[in-house]
Design a protein around this ligand. Structure first.
Ligand SMILES: [Zn+2]
Length: 322
């Protein structure tokens, strides 16, 4: 509001009757508050205040917009705020963000979250994936010691897509071919005995040594001992990369050699799939967001909406070494 308009408003208050002043007071008292969100967002910028366009570290203040400080880069001269370059850039209604993040912490469906927060369903869907986009990257950077790895599969889903290459399946439908086929999307999970967990969507069809190398090699510590089933991709990967490997061959009835088993990773698969049921099928293109969401809930039980907001802005706990 311009200063001149504001001065006029102050004069108008003196002209109001008692009922009008009461209404104004009510409106001011119940004004939606976005100050907490703005504080969290601005503090993120204080931490790594480089220009999001050219990474230059010198910028100066350049007014305010939408409650946020604007900056101008001294090098490329572009203007930006603390949200520029994040999935939350230009997302409106900051006063509702923490309520929405609380709904994410409680694993509410799109419809329930929309009702609780006061959004329409389309916006609720859009917000879910904006907030989850970076939460999905909040994964441990290394796994140590005995590390179980196993894959699980979900039927490919084009939920929400209007351009299907095949006849649409009914919700929760079954594959047209028996066994593992190109209709199944592979989810790879590795978990060490400290509970650190990484997950990846490796694509359609069975897992192969090349996906294992891309996904697991960067996170396996040199002391890691990989425990897997007898799938040949794991053997190839471990031999090529010289990783300690223990194979559990359950299909041949081999007795489980303690402490080597896949119970933890398989229990993780079950928890993920059972949690996923409430969403009545999720589109494959969003699967990694759901994996990240589930992982975040397991890593940070009882997480506050403020902490979830920090993670959705890329402030990962493991990067701080806490
Ligand atoms: Zn710049």
């Amino acid at each position: 509001m311009e200063n001149e308009s504001f001065s006029k408003l102050l004069v108008q208050i003196t002209e109001m009757d008692h009922r009008q002043r009461h209404c104004l007071l009510e409106a001011l008292t119940h004004l939606p508050d976005d100050s907490q969100v703005i504080e969290c967002v601005e503090s993120k910028f204080d931490t790594d205040g480089n220009c999001p366009f050219c990474n230059h570290n010198q910028c100066h203040r350049h007014g305010f917009a939408n409650g946020l400080q604007r900056y101008r880069c001294m090098s490329c001269l572009r203007t930006f705020n603390a949200l520029t370059g994040t999935p939350l850039a230009r997302l409106r209604h900051k006063e509702k963000w923490l309520s929405y993040l609380k709904a994410i912490g409680e694993s509410l469906t799109i419809r329930k979250a929309a009702a609780v927060v006061g959004l329409n369903r389309k916006t609720s869907f859009r917000w879910r994936h904006r907030f989850l986009a970076w939460i999905a990257y909040d994964r441990p950077t290394s796994l140590h010691g005995i590390t179980e790895a196993d894959e699980t599969y979900l039927l490919e889903s084009d939920k929400g897509s209007h351009h299907l290459d095949r006849t649409a399946r009914k919700r929760g439908g079954s594959a047209s071919q028996r066994g593992l086929s190109r209709e199944q999307v592979c989810i790879l999970v590795a978990r060490d005995r400290a509970g650190s967990t990484v997950d990846f969507v490796t694509g359609k069809g069975p897992v192969n040594a090349s996906s294992l190398r891309n996904c697991l090699k960067p996170v396996l510590d040199t002391d890691a001992l990989l425990v897997t089933d007898g799938h040949s991709a794991y053997k190839t990967f471990c031999q090529t990369e010289k990783i300690f490997h223990e194979i559990i061959n359950l299909s041949k009835g081999e007795r489980v050699r303690r402490p080597f088993h896949l119970k933890n990773v398989n229990a993780y698969h079950r928890r993920f799939k059972s949690w996923l049921q409430r969403f009545h099928g999720v589109a494959t293109k969003y699967l990694s967001n759901y994996l990240g969401w589930r992982r975040s809930l397991e890593q940070h039980p009882q997480i506050s909406p403020e902490s979830l907001l920090a993670i959705s802005l890329g402030q990962f706990q493991h990067l701080k070494g806490t």
